[in-house]
Design a protein around this ligand. Structure first.
Ligand code: ADP
Ligand code: TYD
Length: 221
């Protein structure tokens, strides 16, 4: 089925602790939307621009002061918004970003303990008027995420953190989800991939048809 989709552009972000399954599902969501005529850009943070990818390399592999880390995340984000996100939305394209500002609250705020007021000030500075229209938070217990990571890849600076770091990161993600229920949908990422895909398909169908994603459906039966 192909249809020309003419609703306003949408900004969708994917969030979750490392190993929750974001990368696994971004391709599914992008394919699902493209098949329905949506023009979209997929991108990621930190990164998404030439400068941002250089900052990503530094951020993922070098030790630095916590506030330097937070500032570089937002510096990368500023460039990303200017070069990629804002122009795409202005053209009418949708944008799917693997992480955005919720990740800074979760990792630098929750995980590392940076004062949330400082992050709120950076958020207000860098994107006072921009928020995602839909945030998909892939939520799993730490043990599940850790087992998935151990099975698949060598770990970067963040992924080498310990359980208490990811516990606090997950809690801050869930706090942000509760703070912004209008845009956030929490996906139980312990489910099989096929079940998660059914939930995502239902959310996206509702978004395309009504402009609102609706509640995460129960697909257990
Ligand atoms: N629902 C799931 N059930 C089982 N394995 C999964 C599920 N989601 C992801 N995985 C696997 O877990 C690993 C990490 O997933 P990934 O999407 O890379 O996580 P993230 O991008 O959130 O760090 C991959 O090997 C992926 O195949
Ligand atoms: C966007 C962002 C990411 N991060 C971290 C979370 C991740 O551990 C790391 C890179 O994210 P990610 O692209 O999800 O890693 P991977 O490619 O291994 O799946 O950056 C922050 O700490 N703060 C931020 O604001």
């Amino acid at each position: 089925m192909t249809q020309v989709f003419t609703s306003p552009a949408r900004f969708i972000t994917f969030e979750g602790i490392d190993g929750a399954g974001k990368s696994t599902h971004i391709g599914f969501v992008a394919d699902f939307l493209r098949a329905r005529g949506v023009a979209l850009v997929t991108t990621r943070e930190p990164g998404g621009t030439a400068l941002g990818e250089k900052l990503r390399d530094v951020l993922l592999h070098e030790k630095m002061h916590l506030e330097t880390e937070a500032l570089l995340m937002f510096a990368s984000r500023r460039e990303h918004i200017a070069q990629v996100i804002a122009p795409a939305l202005a053209r009418g394209d949708w944008v799917i970003s693997d992480r955005f500002t919720d990740a800074s609250f979760a990792y630098q705020g929750g995980g590392r303990g940076l004062d949330l007021d400082k992050l709120a000030a950076l958020e207000q500075w860098v994107h006072p008027a921009l928020q995602p229209d839909l945030t998909l938070l892939f939520d799993v217990p730490l043990e599940v995420a850790r087992a998935r990571l151990d099975a698949t890849r060598s770990l970067d600076k963040f992924e080498q953190e310990q359980a208490d770091f990811f516990g606090a990161t997950r809690q801050e993600y869930l706090r942000r989800a509760a703070q912004f229920p209008g845009r956030t949908r929490v996906i139980d990422s312990t489910q099989p991939i096929a079940a998660i895909e059914r939930q995502l398909a239902a959310l996206l169908t509702a978004l395309l048809e009504t402009g609102v994603a609706g509640a995460v459906p129960d697909v257990s039966h």
